[in-house]
Design a protein around this ligand. Sequence first.
Ligand SMILES: C[S@@+](CC[C@H](N)C(=O)[O-])C[C@H]1O[C@@H](n2cnc3c(N)ncnc32)[C@H](O)[C@@H]1O
Length: 204
Amino acid sequence: MSTHPHSPPTGTVPSGVERRNLLRWTAYGTHHLTARTEIPEPERVYWGYWQEVGPGEEILGDLAGRRVLDLCSGMGRFAAHLAASGARVDAVEGARSQHERAVARFGDRPGLRLIHADAVDHLERAEPYDVVLSAHGLSYLDPRRVLPALTRALRPGGRLVFSVLHTNSAGDGPSDSVTARSGTRACGSGRATPWILGRTPPAT
Ligand SMILES: C[S@@+](CC[C@H](N)C(=O)[O-])C[C@H]1O[C@@H](n2cnc3c(N)ncnc32)[C@H](O)[C@@H]1O
């Protein structure tokens, strides 16, 4: 494990920020498990936090018979939806409570494997996938850890589709610095710390 605060994390060992994010999501999932919050059947894949934003799963291409990974799959709703279209879908979720919600709701779906694991740990071990998707999951992982692992986990010519925030809730846009923003994204009653990256466009 990296001990220096500025050392990039490597391999399968999550950084402190990643572990704290996962604790937040675990608390969020536990709250909803306890409250028995209903998980609706999604009619499509949503890429935004606010559902109707963006294209649907058509941007993933024809999935019939494909090996698909939903990374940071939460309660498994999109993975279950894609499995119904004939894909062989693995759904990997790191927070045990979120994984348990997925198992309780979608555990009996044909073609769907629900896996409780750290995302990068899974990417390092899995057979390559044809398609990897992640709806608002990658923000909670250090890009220096997850991006190299993704290149290994996608077969040549495979497709990666993901959504992340480009601006935090304080209105701060992308930054050149590979640093998680503290306290920027509500996560249940707590706040997770996402990475919001990209070059800031020059002022015009
Ligand atoms: C915003 S939720 C999105 C869930 C799902 N993609 C959806 O749209 O319904 C982010 C998810 O990423 C998961 N997550 C965070 N860190 C993770 C990690 N290191 N490995 C696997 N999953 C992780 C969280 O537990 C949470 O369920």
